[in-house]
Ligand binder design. Structure first.
Ligand code: ADP
Ligand code: MG
Length: 445
């Protein structure tokens, strides 16, 4: 480009002023004999668009480049958004060529009351040909309950059993970014949106994960047309979401009403037995390496079943720590110690005074007897103050009911304990930190 500009300058074709504007350009790329030249100001654009200027530059550029080119102007700020065609192609291809997590199969999915409807619907739709009874299948529920797992299971199953099927899977967030890229590049590269659309509608299975993230209006528009086309072509659509379709506020009503036309299934948190079965599945085959007492599995299943991700995470933590400490067996004491700072309160469970008591005693390493007893040891006193303070602040409990939890201490004792706690929070950094730490334990999901 420098060479071109030099030659243009030497030709004395333009005035100095004009030349300055022309020099304020860059050559973005040459592709298919089109030279994309970016400008920063509208003045430059006006100058470059003049027939004589354009012809002059075109001929110099063609000569330097070695073959004929035509010039296309683009604004500098659009240039960043403008990706080379290959890159768009690559990204699009990658999105269209879906890969599935091999671990997420139907076999590896533990069924229970909370998820068996969702499981059955996903499995059933894999074996239907032609018309699909329920379309779309919409699976909704909180995070970590197996929605993504089930979509991948469909993909894995079809790849194995019905390889002739075209299966598309995407997080709706990824889909949005592809559609937006396609729209941005539209003016320069021809209509990529149409290209993407035509590829999308060719699928037999269309699996969209976390539809609640399909928030951009322009992409909803495209999605809507693709969706309708897929349905009319008899493709099966399976969608997941973190809430019931009717509560998807970010999505337009016409989409939501289409989702409602199918089958909506809730996936809930696994019951105790299912949670345990999930844990057992996870350690299957590794029993030699890590011996875990049944009681520990009970403990985990009870505590972490709000979210299977956490359930697995807590188990991993135990196993990891066992490799560091090498205990003979992972027993309940080991588990409680390692997971001490993990969830105390299950997300959906409300906070109760008992839970505060539990968190405080756990934080200080005390028993209920200690905290209810009469000892005036400093640590015990502080633990009681923290307990009183948090029960008051978080639950607005009456002094009398707080007192009941502390070995039937009376109203006056509790009220002065509360006052003392307020003072300590201001003057004693350690005390303040203890309060915060316990609160954090209570808030952790
Ligand atoms: P979601 O998409 O609902 O947030 P995921 O599908 O990502 O949840 O599941 C989180 C983790 O829990 C994954 O590792 C998944 O394999 C596992 N999981 C969830 N439910 C089950 C189940 N019923 N059986 C086995 N693993 C499960
Ligand atoms: Mg998911």
């Amino acid at each position: 480009w420098k060479q071109v500009l030099d030659q243009v300058e030497q030709s004395n074709f333009f005035t100095e002023d004009t030349l300055r504007w022309i020099k304020n350009t860059t050559l973005f790329k040459i592709e298919n004999s089109i030279a994309y030249i970016s400008y920063r100001s509208m003045v430059t654009k006006t100058i470059l668009n003049k027939e004589e200027t354009k012809n002059m530059i075109t001929s110099v550029l063609s000569e330097v480049w070695g073959s004929d080119v035509t010039i296309q102007l683009i604004q500098y700020k659009d240039m960043e958004k403008l990706m080379p065609e290959e890159e768009i192609q690559q990204r699009t291809n990658q999105l269209l060529k879906c890969t599935f997590n091999e671990e997420y199969t139907f076999e590896n999915f533990v069924e229970g009351k909370s998820n068996q409807e969702a499981y059955a619907a996903c499995l059933a739709c894999c074996n239907q040909r032609g018309t699909h009874m329920f379309n779309p299948i919409m699976i909704y529920g909180n995070s970590g309950l197996g929605k993504t797992h089930l979509l991948h299971a469909i993909g894995n199953y079809l790849k194995e059993e019905r390889p002739e099927c075209n299966v598309f899977y995407a997080y709706s967030g990824d889909l949005v970014s592809i559609l937006i890229d396609a729209m941005k590049s539209k003016n320069v590269h021809g209509n990529t949106v149409d290209k993407v659309k035509s590829l999308l509608v060719q699928n037999d299975y269309f699996l969209i994960d976390d539809i609640q993230n399909l928030t951009r209006e322009s992409s909803q528009e495209i999605f809507f047309t693709v969706y309708n086309e897929l349905i009319s072509r008899g493709a099966q659509i399976v969608i997941t979401s973190d809430m019931h379709p009717n509560e998807l506020n970010g999505l337009p009503t016409r989409l939501v009403s289409r989702f409602n036309a199918g089958l909506s299934i809730n996936i809930g948190k696994p019951e105790f037995e299912t949670s345990k079965a999930i844990l057992k599945k996870k350690i299957e085959g590794n029993e030699e390496a890590c011996q875990i007492e049944e009681e520990v599995l009970d403990y985990l299943a009870q505590k972490f079943s709000n979210d299977v991700r956490n359930l697995e995470g807590s188990l991993n933590r135990l196993i990891f720590n066992a490799t560091l400490e090498n205990p003979d067996v992972i027993d309940i004491n080991f588990a409680q110690r390692i997971l001490m700072n993990e969830v105390i309160v299950n997300e959906n469970d409300e906070l109760t005074i008992k839970k505060i008591k539990k968190a405080v005693t756990r934080f200080y390493g005390l028993t209920y007897k200690d905290i209810e007893g009469k000892s005036r040891q400093k640590k015990l006193m502080n633990a009681r103050h923290v307990f009183v303070y948090l029960s008051r602040e978080l639950l607005h409990k009456a002094y009398i009911s707080i007192g009941q939890e502390l070995g039937n201490r009376d109203h006056t004792t509790i009220s002065s304990s509360y006052e003392r706690a307020c003072q300590l929070i201001k003057n004693d950094v350690n005390f303040k930190m203890a309060v915060e730490k316990v609160q954090e334990m209570l808030e952790k999901k």
